[in-house]
Write a new protein. Structure first.
Length: 134
């Protein structure tokens, strides 16, 4: 019997994927102010006196991108990707697909659906990696 503390490569991939989405969400908080401060410092070093927010298209576009970012959208997209994969592929019976199968509409997905989707995609990527060596 395997140890409960050991993970399969698929489970490790899925956990890493979830961790990366959480890291993106955590890192983006406060990033607009950091970016503005960096642009202002660059203007200052160049001897130019200007307000970064008013003068810099880059700051404005970066701020727009951050405002449009949504970790919920990333999670919903992950559920849809896993559902589309399940339409044409089988995964082992021990993989919990939760409510992922058939969720091909981009709508609210639960946290459980997202976790199940990462497990499905973990199998997809690890299996394709293994097949590349056969």
């Amino acid at each position: 019997m395997p140890s409960p503390w050991e993970s399969t490569p698929q489970e490790k991939w899925a956990q890493n994927f979830r961790d990366r989405i959480e890291a993106v969400t955590n890192n983006i908080e406060g990033s607009v102010e950091d970016y503005k401060a960096g642009v202002e410092a660059a203007f200052e070093r160049a001897g130019v006196d200007m307000d970064a927010q008013d003068a810099s298209v880059a700051v404005s576009r970066f701020e727009d991108s951050v405002d449009n970012f949504s970790d919920e959208a990333m999670k919903r997209t992950t559920v849809v990707a896993a559902a589309l994969y399940l339409e044409n592929n089988d995964v082992p019976d021990d993989v919990d697909t939760g409510g992922v199968a058939g969720s091909t509409e981009y709508d609210d997905a639960s946290e459980d659906d997202f976790e199940a989707a990462t497990e499905v995609l973990g199998h997809k990527f690890v299996d394709q990696w293994a097949e590349s060596y056969q």
